[in-house]
Design a binder for this molecule. Structure first.
Ligand code: 8GT
Length: 138
């Protein structure tokens, strides 16, 4: 629970899963909090948007793809110095187009079966998402 009066930033995170058992991480661009850290693609949910709409918009902006659907796997909260965030974590299995770093960010496909990602550091709140992903897909 956030401390009294601390605003909650609602965020949608989309784990793209391909047919070879891989998921996608992106590196946060310069100028954002935690620049250089790796994360699951996504971003803040705007007023009036559903989680699906937010993911459609964010992944189009960040990766140049159009997602067809999403499945929520967990909601998790994390207290950062710059914000208290509530992350709506979704799996995305179907999309149009080939993901590319539209904001100049690096992308990296990761093996689901690997012990840990081959890139680092990861945003602190990305770790529980990956653990949950492994749990439900095993
Ligand atoms: N996309 C994403 N955000 C995450 C993850 N983990 C995590 O703690 N966050 C936090 O959720 C928030 C997402 O905000 P963002 O900065 O990516 O959103 P945005 O693209 O809408 O930002 P903008 O307002 O600067 O354009 C950040 O505070 C970020 O630290 C993650 O795995 N993916």
């Amino acid at each position: 629970m956030p401390e009294l009066n601390r605003p909650v930033t609602e965020v949608a995170a989309g784990i793209l899963l391909d047919q070879d058992g891989r998921y996608l991480l992106g590196q946060r661009p310069a100028g954002k909090p935690y620049a250089g850290y790796w994360e699951v693609p996504g971003g803040k949910i705007e007023a009036g948007e559903t989680v699906f709409e937010a993911l459609q918009r964010e992944l189009q902006e960040e990766l140049g793809i159009l997602i067809d659907s999403c499945e929520e796997i967990m909601v998790l909260e994390h207290d950062y110095p710059h914000a208290y965030v509530r992350l709506h974590v979704n799996i995305i299995r179907s999309w149009q187009g080939e993901p590319r770093g539209c904001e100049g960010q690096q992308l990296s496909w990761q093996e689901l079966l690997a012990d840990k990602p081959s890139v680092e550091p990861l945003l602190p709140a990305a770790w529980p998402m990956l653990e949950k992903l492994k749990l439900i897909l095993n």
